[in-house]
Design a protein around this ligand. Structure first.
Ligand code: ADP
Ligand code: MG
Length: 399
């Protein structure tokens, strides 16, 4: 299986070119003014190329009856970074976004925009852009009116004039690659187009941070993949500090500069997509990110002994006691003889140029998944016996 790595599709040179030739002085001016208002001066020169502002979360907590939705969240996000908040349903992702946006008060802790404590800032001053899965466009407004909404509803003092707003809307329509659709109503758009318009509406105010809560969650698989690649290219051009919530590990790994893995209101691990995939710090991370098979067993004197084959000794750094070994499908192979865990092929699935082989290592034990390059022709057949050898694995203690 290929490791889903993040490769910017737009070369950096062209990203710089876009910034250098940005035909939107009004945008830059609004951004600078907004930053000055928020007191992010230290940041202003660093973010001049894009409109990102750094974001710091300190010891954030939020309790609901019987559950800690946020249980001490500390995180530093760099200006212009695209960070994915990844975690299972109920892990606190939406709560965290709402606290950052100022839609919800934390019980404790701080949110800092640039260097400034945001608890002192009004919702408007926080100047965040949102796209939510079910945060629909205004039905009675055209696409252009939707995009202009955030600017039009500013107090007169900071509201751009009509002409500037119209120009900004045109730029955003071009940016989201829907230049002809300004006059349409939301019901005349596809789901993917609607979410692009929602993104343009969020970007119109030149937000300090862009908060996206499962924005593509309601779209079908193919459109989701297209849109996340599009969003990545867009981000490379705009340099907007972005927090992207998803429960889909593939989406997080492909899209983000860094991934923050949440579990039960706590940060389980933070790292680049490659770090999370290659060096998961816990059993939960190993299991949640990428595919994994497990062998249950015991550690004694730095050797893991699978319960199904106690004569097999696999070196590890886990403490003595009950433990579980985790292995990726491409790090395990079935061989005719040699050292390894005795196994029998129980299923072979071939699709998309790769073959997955499922082997049984004993009655009652979970099956292991091995990946074999190419189609089923070269793969072992159901019923074939051999031993599974492990190239790379991690062992985590049960405690
Ligand atoms: P996620 O977005 O990761 O699915 P949420 O942030 O929505 O998770 O929820 C985190 C936890 O807080 C869950 O256990 C959820 O049930 C609980 N929760 C969220 N909002 C409320 C609320 N308004 N009242 C009570 N419990 C809530
Ligand atoms: Mg949620």
């Amino acid at each position: 299986m290929a490791m889903p790595s993040h490769t910017p599709v737009v070369p950096i040179e062209s990203a710089r070119g876009y910034r250098g030739s940005d035909p939107a002085p009004a945008t830059a001016a609004t951004g600078a003014a907004a930053r000055a208002r928020a007191g992010g001066d230290a940041n202003a020169s660093a973010s001049a190329a894009g409109s990102g502002m750094e974001l710091h979360l300190r010891a954030l907590t939020k309790r609901y009856p019987g559950v800690a939705a946020l249980d001490g969240i500390d995180l530093d996000i760099r200006a212009g970074e695209l960070v994915a908040l990844l975690g299972p349903s109920g892990s606190g992702k939406t709560t965290l976004l709402r606290v950052i946006a100022g839609l919800l008060h934390a019980d404790g802790g701080q949110v800092l925009f640039g260097g400034r404590d945001a608890t002192a800032l009004s919702l408007r001053e926080r100047n965040v852009g949102f796209v939510f899965q079910h945060y629909a466009l205004f039905k009675h407004m055209t696409v252009a009116e939707n995009i202009a909404f955030g600017l039009r509803s500013r107090p007169r003092r900071t509201r751009p004039d009509q002409e500037t707003i119209a120009r900004r809307v045109d730029e955003l329509l071009a940016l989201i690659q829907l230049p002809e659709l300004g006059g349409r109503y939301p019901e005349q758009l596809s789901g993917g187009q609607k979410q692009r318009v929602a993104l343009a509406r969020a970007l119109a105010i030149d937000p300090h941070v862009l908060l996206l809560d499962e924005p593509f969650g309601a779209l079908d698989a193919k459109v989701r993949v297209e849109l996340r690649r599009w969003l990545r290219r867009l981000h490379d051009r705009t340099g907007q500090t972005t927090l992207f919530v998803t429960h889909d590990q593939e989406e997080a790994l492909e899209l983000a500069d860094r991934v923050v893995l949440l579990k039960d209101g706590r940060i389980e691990q933070v790292g680049t997509p490659a770090e999370l995939y290659d060096a998961p710090a816990s059993a939960f991370a190993f299991d949640f990110i990428g595919r994994a098979s497990v062998l249950h067993g015991e550690v004694r004197d730095g050797q893991f002994r699978p319960a199904v084959a106690t004569t097999v000794h696999l070196p590890c750094d886990a403490a003595d006691g009950a433990a579980t070994l985790y292995v990726r499908p491409h790090d395990a192979a079935l061989q005719a003889h040699g050292d390894g865990v005795p196994a029998e092929v129980v299923a072979v699935h071939s699709a998309a140029g790769a073959t997955r082989v499922e082997v049984s290592v004993g009655a009652g034990a979970p099956t292991l998944e091995l990946s074999v390059p190419g189609d089923a022709a070269g793969a072992p057949a159901v019923g074939q016996r051999g031993v599974v050898s492990l190239r790379r694995y991690r062992v985590f203690g049960a405690g």
